[in-house]
Write a protein that binds this ligand. Structure first.
Ligand SMILES: Cc1cc2nc3c(=O)[nH]c(=O)nc-3n(C[C@H](O)[C@H](O)[C@H](O)COP(=O)(O)OP(=O)(O)OC[C@H]3O[C@@H](n4cnc5c(N)ncnc54)[C@H](O)[C@@H]3O)c2cc1C
Length: 496
């Protein structure tokens, strides 16, 4: 006899149980909302997007306190995380390290930039092993009463302002109804596709793709520098305890080291994704072969995840034209994505979760709710477009490590000024609502073009840095571009 279908009416449906969907369901279930979460995959599963920032951690802490969820607190800093949850793999992230490389050339010690984010290990940011963290958050949401369906196949429909998700998960048939749905499916954009919301990806300037995986036996940068007798005493933190960036002629490589010494590594390449390319393994080998430093780092490396081997993307950038409307909203990573550069994904998702939770918990009229959703949508899209500008300028500065590094200072000025001002986290992400900052970014892009057109030589770089130093002054809390820092920034660390 066939089992009866589970038939439920809830307040909110969430499609996707990445950390964003699970966190939102946890907050809202804690507040007494009836929430159902549906995911096509089953936890634990490999996911990319692992490097947190002070803004991400501060927002998570604020959510834990505001919604009385003490179980989230250990995940807000490296020290408590390791003591309370040694079973959840993470890595120490004291800041951002950058090393410039030219093809087939030895590494030059001048091409280094280190920007501190945390002042000690205890309060430090972390890299999240997403398979562990996402599964854990999914379980915590269940503890707080969220209804969950993983490994689900389902059909989405809408009738009379009610969303209906009907399908099957783990052999159980279900039929769920709600007046509101949140799309947390990331690139899949299930609700956006259902509603036929137009894309505006064509307006994005960044054009990059990536190939990545998790490895063991990757030689640390510190050891590579020691072998070359390059002095590391100027570094404000251990250069591997960071989001490590190897800046190349047409893109960059990220390396995030976890506590078990495995390393998440990937190339992000700033070329149109439709350029013909061989398979992922071929690309990986070709790229390592061009850069002696990287070739040596990976000489004994072996891929450990995902099970299917290296992952390769098409163009990473995407942007919707609407991120919310009557009865629906999309989380940031569903509304759009730019690039792993600057590690904006986790923090931006936290911002989106915080705003949506506030909106969905309010008891105002339906017109007020609609207005709030409209603001949510336009703010989110403005933020993604600013991230696009902050990323695109880095690629445009290549192959000059100095121009790349100087352009990064716009991001660091925006983010550190938010991190270091009390209440800074409630404004738009990275000052995306501040006309003065947007104007500075736009004008700086013109200056960057002039420096590139002038041949990217030392004089052009000097002029560009001098100009940037002046224009970022209102947001510059960490001595960014101060000559005496010489690329080593300790004062950018968030205050403890
Ligand atoms: C190559 C790369 C590197 C990145 N590196 C960083 C970084 O270093 N730092 C950082 O902050 N951010 C990074 N990001 C961004 C980061 O991955 C995202 O911000 C983050 O994953 C957002 O989490 P999420 O839960 O909203 O979405 P996701 O992690 O995308 O989760 C989506 C969930 O939806 C489920 N799903 C998919 N389709 C469906 C469907 N049709 N129905 C139901 N469920 C579905 C999936 O199984 C998954 O569980 C990176 C992104 C990429 C592509």
């Amino acid at each position: 006899m066939e089992a009866a279908a589970l038939n439920k009416e809830v307040d909110l449906l969430i499609l996707g149980s990445g950390f964003g969907g699970s966190l939102l369901s946890l907050l809202l279930a804690r507040q007494g909302l009836r929430v159902a979460v549906i995911d096509r995959a089953v936890h634990p599963r490999f996911t990319i997007g692992e490097s947190s920032t002070p803004l991400a951690d501060a927002t998570l802490k604020e959510l834990a306190q505001r919604y009385d969820l003490p179980e989230l607190m250990p995940l807000t800093a490296f020290g408590p995380w390791r003591r309370r949850h040694p079973e959840l793999m993470c890595g120490l992230k004291r800041g951002f390290s950058y090393f410039g490389h030219s093809p087939n050339a030895e590494f030059s010690p001048a091409d280094q930039l280190l920007v501190a984010a945390s002042s000690d290990d205890e309060h430090s940011d972390t890299h999240w092993l997403r398979s562990d963290v996402d599964a854990w958050l999914f379980e915590r949401a269940a503890d707080r009463g969220a209804m969950q369906f993983e490994g689900a196949s389902y059909r989405l429909s809408r009738e009379d302002s009610q969303w209906l998700v009907a399908g099957e998960a783990s052999g159980v048939k279900f039929s769920l109804r709600a007046p509101m749905i949140v799309d947390a499916t990331g690139a899949a954009g299930e609700v956006l596709r259902y509603l036929k919301i137009a894309s505006q990806t064509h307006r994005l300037k960044t054009n990059s793709w990536a190939v990545y995986g998790h490895f063991e036996n990757v030689t640390s940068v510190a050891e590579m520098l020691d072998r070359r007798q390059i002095d590391r005493r100027r570094h404000p933190f251990g250069c591997d305890d960071a989001a490590v960036h190897h800046v190349l002629d047409d893109g960059w490589m990220w390396q995030l080291r976890f506590c078990d010494d495995s390393v998440s590594a990937g190339f992000a390449i700033g070329q149109p994704a439709d350029t013909p390319k061989p398979n992922a393994d071929g690309i990986w080998r070709q790229r390592l072969d061009r850069f002696p430093f990287l070739r040596q780092q990976f000489a004994a490396a072996r891929i450990v995840a995902p099970a299917g081997g290296l992952q390769m993307t098409s163009r990473m950038q995407r942007l919707t034209s609407l991120a919310a409307g009557p009865g629906w909203a999309a989380l940031p990573n569903t509304a759009g994505f730019i690039d792993p550069l600057h590690s904006t994904g986790l923090a931006h998702t936290m911002f989106g979760v915080r705003r949506l939770a506030e909106i969905l918990l309010q008891t105002g009229t339906s017109n007020q709710l609609l207005a709030e959703l409209g603001n949510y949508s336009s703010t989110l899209i403005d933020e993604l477009r600013l991230v696009d500008q902050l990323v695109e300028g880095c690629y445009a500065g290549l192959p000059s490590f100095r121009l790349w590094s100087a352009w990064c200072m716009l991001y660091f000025a925006a983010v550190t000024s938010m991190e270091q001002s009390p209440g800074g986290g409630v404004a738009a992400f990275l000052h995306a609502d501040e006309l003065r900052f947007l104007t500075v970014v736009g004008e700086a892009r013109g200056e960057l073009q002039r420096a590139s057109d002038a041949g990217r030589g030392p004089a052009a770089c000097d002029r560009f840095e001098d100009r940037l130093r002046q224009v970022i002054a209102p947001w510059n809390r960490g001595g960014l571009l101060d000559r005496e820092c010489n690329g080593m920034y300790a004062r950018t660390a968030k205050p403890v």
